[in-house]
Design a protein around this ligand. Structure first.
Ligand code: M6R
Length: 587
């Protein structure tokens, strides 16, 4: 939630650079934005409700400066207004702060500092006021350190002080990365903000602070002592975080699935075997994630059961902490996350660690908090995923879970062969004719208010995932069901013409789900069948390849496309759906 970006260096167009960087972080929040700099001892500030992609760079061209910072907001405390946008300031407007996270003790600090002195409704403003208070008796850097030591909650913050040429940043629970260029420094919530300038980074860890002033100095937040950090070279290319020839990141990322599955499965064999072995030797294995990653975990439950005959339990991360009663040192938690920063997942990990259980993770963002706080982490290598709707990360995560299941029974090579075939068949289906057909189906259902999706066995989680995809980008009410559950209630929702998607794999439950599909059709539903074979129950048939137990990986792709096209046809922006943000760093 929220993107922050600060720059200090040799360029004199720091304001424009910060705005361009924030535009690359817009997926983290797009309620409002703000930037600030020090222009010859005078604070310059611009804050606006709306998307930073709509900012006009020409308005900033004459503001020459080598230091600037800014923020793109996903509102938590305080409505979506100009005044609640970051940066926030002390009463004298000498100290500016941008913040990602939540300061839990902000009410108490507001009372202490005098409520009447605050201009915004945010939790963030207390940081600037508190620094100003300590500034009266301490040097600025010490005042910042003392302030941060009093904050409770999760945060990444960047602070500047008018008249002083440096930035100070700190983190606890929200990401912050330091990009080290040639005579220039970048502080950002995510790497794409500065990827075109440098690939050398230091990840700031929890309870660390960095002072950027023509060099970088890292400090421990609790003791104030200096610490050494390892410089990491990122192997992403700047173009991988750009839309390129596509209108939207969502479409680009769907199309990339021809390559991303290959990258996911060509992992180091020892690492796959290590995870397989850990799952095998655990006593009580749990899979956990949120949203789409949670549905991937559910698919994993089926893969482990069908392929490795091994029982693993799925729990959404927001519910997982209550499972602590079942956790022991021999238990294992495997968490899945694209961003590696999801707060609910981090809390699930804390619950497991508090019982001495081991935590493994599959993440897309290397160096992310979840990756670093796991006992062992596997990188899914899907490349930057910028659209809020998760697509390529989900199929890569499923591919890895399936591969691990095959490794557990000594059939890793067979698993790799199957998944290579899946990747090649995805390459075949993602052709212009297929896309045109999906678009025509989207046209047929785009004006409906409801849409239902049914799946069975390993495709039941895909019915749930399909509902998330359609809900979040098209705003149509969509619900996924286990096909056999329809007759126990949901079938009452079906009326003449209600669009229903039926995911029918060529598996042992095929006849059952066909019967359920017929039950829907008999009540007037308009049936969109996703299946390797046509059936009289289908009004529309989306043909997908038959890839056996890996069917969820191919079946979800037309639904991702369908959700995308419905959004576009309804005039919506699929990359930045309302009320959402890519990375959910609040509980
Ligand atoms: O970064 P994560 O994979 O941990 O994110 C989890 C969910 O927030 C995420 O999958 C969300 O549900 C997506 N917007 C769905 O497309």
């Amino acid at each position: 939630m929220c993107g922050i970006f600060g720059y200090l260096g040799k360029r004199d167009d720091a304001l424009e650079l910060v705005i361009k960087g924030l535009q690359k972080l817009e997926y983290r929040g797009y309620d409002s934005w703000g930037v600030t700099t020090d222009l010859d001892g005078e604070l310059f500030v611009e804050k606006k409700v709306g998307k930073i992609s709509e900012a006009n760079l020409d308005d900033f061209k004459d503001k020459k400066t080598g230091l600037a910072m800014g923020h793109t907001r996903w509102a938590t405390h305080g409505g979506v207004t100009d005044v609640n946008s970051h940066p926030h300031f002390d009463p004298e407007r000498q100290i500016a702060v941008v913040h990602n996270g939540i300061i839990e003790n902000y009410q108490e600090l507001r009372d202490e500092l005098g409520k009447e002195n605050f201009v915004s409704e945010t939790d963030t403003e207390v940081i600037a006021h508190l620094i100003a208070k300590y500034r009266k008796e301490l040097p600025f850097k010490e005042a910042v350190l003392k302030t941060i030591q009093r904050l409770e909650g999760r945060y990444a913050i960047v602070v500047m002080n008018v008249g002083e040429n440096y930035l100070i940043a700190a983190r606890r629970g929200s990401p912050l990365i330091v990009g080290i260029g040639d005579g220039e420094y970048f502080l950002a919530s995510d790497i794409p903000a500065f990827l075109e300038y440098t690939q050398d980074v230091n990840y700031l860890d929890d309870n660390e602070m960095v002072i950027v002033d023509g060099g970088v100095e890292f400090l421990n937040l609790e003791t104030g002592d200096p610490i050494d950090k390892r410089l990491v070279n990122i192997d992403w290319q700047a173009e991988s975080a750009e839309k390129g020839e596509y209108d939207h990141f969502m479409l680009k990322e769907i199309m990339e699935q021809k390559e991303t599955i290959h990258r996911a499965i060509n992992q180091d064999t020892d690492e796959i075997m290590h995870i397989a072995q850990q799952i095998k030797s655990s006593r009580g294995c749990f899979l956990s994630g949120c949203g789409t990653a949670g549905k991937v975990c559910m698919a994993g439950e089926y893969f482990f059961s069908m392929i490795a005959h091994r029982h693993v339990n799925f729990a959404p991360s927001s519910e997982f902490p209550i499972y602590h009663h079942f956790l022991r040192p021999e238990s294992l938690l495997v968490v899945i996350s694209q961003s590696g920063e999801t707060a609910d997942v981090l809390e699930a990990m804390e619950a497991a660690k508090s019982k001495g259980s081991k935590v493994l993770s599959l993440v897309n963002v290397e160096g992310s908090t979840i990756a670093r706080q796991s006992d062992f982490s596997l990188h899914i290598k899907a490349g930057p995923e910028k659209a809020v709707a998760s697509t390529k990360a989900a199929t890569s995560q499923m591919a890895l879970l399936l591969l691990i299941a095959t490794a557990m029974i000594g059939e890793l090579q067979e698993g790799r062969r199957l998944l290579a075939e899946v990747a090649s068949k995805i390459n075949d289906i993602l052709n212009p004719r297929f896309l045109t057909y999906i678009k025509s189906v989207a046209e047929a259902i785009k004006d409906h208010e409801n849409c239902y999706i049914i799946g069975k066995a390993e495709n039941y989680p895909m019915a749930l995932e399909a509902a998330i995809k359609i809900q979040e980008v098209s705003y149509i009410h969509a619900e996924g069901f286990a096909a056999g559950e329809l007759k126990h209630g949901p079938i009452a929702l079906i009326t003449e013409g209600t669009p229903c998607i039926s995911i029918v794999a060529n598996d042992e439950v095929k006849q059952d789900i066909i019967s359920n599909t017929m039950e829907l059709k008999a009540r007037g539903a308009y049936i969109i069948g996703i299946s390797p074979e046509n059936n009289e129950a289908f009004d529309e048939w989306i043909k997908v390849p038959d890839v056996g137990v890996a069917s969820p990986l191919v079946n979800i792709i037309p639904i991702q496309l369908l959700a995308y096209y419905i959004a576009v046809l309804r005039g919506l922006d699929p990359d930045m759906p309302r009320n959402l943000a890519k990375s959910v760093t609040v509980k």
